[in-house]
Ligand binder design. Sequence first.
Ligand SMILES: [Zn+2]
Length: 84
Amino acid sequence: MLTHKKVTKSGGITIPRAVRQGAGILPGTAVDIITDEAGIHITKHVPTCFHCGSVDDVISRFEIEICKSCAEALLEGFTDGTDE
Ligand SMILES: [Zn+2]
């Protein structure tokens, strides 16, 4: 599909509805914008752990995406290993 769009003064571009629907990008969906030698690519954002790169059991807190395993490893640093 080839579509021409003009960039707005604020740098915005409206992604055509058919393209959004085909990519599963609903209103409010986060997207990743990746540039390379071929151009600019927009893909649906997949939450990924900032530390290990896992996409399983990832939550977002304080604008940081972290997986359950890494979060548990971090939490161990705040405990002394006893129950009390
Ligand atoms: Zn992780």
